[in-house]
Design a protein. Sequence first.
Length: 595
Amino acid sequence: MAAKHNAEYEASELYKIRHSAAHVMAEAVLEKFPNGKVAIGPAIADGFYYDFDLPRTLTPEDLDEIENRMKEIIKGKFDFTRKAVTAAEAKSVFADQPYKLELIEGLEKGGLDEDGNPTDEKPEISLYYQNNFVDLCRGPHVANTGEINPKAIKLMNVSGAYWRGDEKRPMLQRIYGTAFEKPEELKEYLWKLEEAKKRDHRKLGKELDLFSISEEVGQGLILWHPKGAKIRKLIENFWSEEHEKWGYDFVFTPHIGKSQLWETSGHLGFYNENMYSPIDIEGTKYYIKPMNCPFHLYIYKSNTRSYRDLPIRYAEEGTVYRYERSGVLHGLTRVRGFTQDDAHHFCRPDQMPGEIDFTVEFSLHMLHSFGFQQIQAYLSTKPEKSVGDPERWAAAEAALEASLKRHNLPYEVDAGGGAFYGPKIDFKVNDAIGREWQLSTIQFDFNEPERFDINYIGEDGQPNRPYMIHRALLGSLERFFGVLIEHYGGAFPSWLAPIQAELIPIADRHVDYANEVAAQLKREGIRVHVDSRSDRMNAKIRDAQKQKVPYMLVIGDKEMENGEVALRKRSGENPGPMKINEFVALCKDEVARKI
């Protein structure tokens, strides 16, 4: 969530319900484990959690029992009562709760709130009481437990969590739960969770034979299987064709660069912990690149640029490598080696508003082409610490915001959320089940042009500093592919499907004709596969459906005699027999319309 979004959520009734439900859960847990130790229990984006130090590991049966007890407490309509106390009073209340005592000591010193989060203020210490439970808490809460709908809460799971996130501190048990205002909202949420499990790109990647990750190769490094590679190639081909149409120049850059390059760019100073150890080549250190931009800057610097040459737009599908801890790696969406669909624009100040409009329009065009229609923009503005001329910051922010308004895009402003080197727009898309994913970024950079001293010769005959815009539309091919898998649930539209048509001969005598049809379709550019196994037709159809192939072409005696195929669609439609050229026309039409 953006900062504004967080503030709205924390002021909402739903937030108070979830925060209150966390306290009710803690009460139920302590009733079951009277000697248990409690840590923190905040409301979070999709529910709440509470951390406990308990005498044994919790089981699913325990969660059921705790949830049932929560519902009994809720029905008691116990008031939530706030009481401001001194640190000494709070310590007396929590004399047998070491985690709370540590939090109270932090409150005394200032710098931490009741949930252990950093704060600039020395907060007032307050307790909240309900029924037989008291907690160290700043609130807010509902008036009484009866305002929590017992039919709209559910405990989800238990996981391990180090106290204060420190692996050297005790491992606690974290119970996750969720709560909503209405039972139907909980039902929809649980449906989305189940649907998300079905759509998990790691699960589908294996079932559809798209990609794998091998311990022997290394975590966070993707092995693209033939079907996955085919989809990637289709994405790359479309990406290249569209960039050419929209006036980009393609560039290619090395995978390594001298340490001096990364010193100039600032990566060794600001990003070193995410870079891999250098390679020594003839006494000079080379680093594997974490980003492409320094190379693009040197391509720009390789010639004298005139104001007439601008704008210049360099695009590259550049593979980069960044160190990520194993604990944060996640399938395709968090990896160590990935290919960015990178581009850098260099333009004059007077061209900058138009260049922003161009980039926004191209971003929307690309996202819409891949089936994303719901797009939310986030505008991040100048932080306290920044580099660059304040006038340029103001002009860039104004241009970004004006472009969003001209394109009637819903957006939120993340005040002060920009990078130190420039403001940016992030585009986030909603997938088929309403989840938000960040994909495109349009980022100004006032830092690198200074560091690399890039210029153009202006109408005045003098060197002038261009504006530089970083731009990634898909983010990275790996992450984008993961998002696509989950958005479509593996059932890619025909233009992206690795196999568009599965030919299913009913008997062995139909195989030769099926191969003839396959050859004809391949000449038309249609991706096909012949299932020549001796299995029954229904089994072949079922397997094709499991592989989410858009079209199944059944071939029997009648089809062979009439020079036809019997079409069955993945959607369940059964158009039946048709001539080969009719199927070709249908397939090409749906590919052209990207459905």
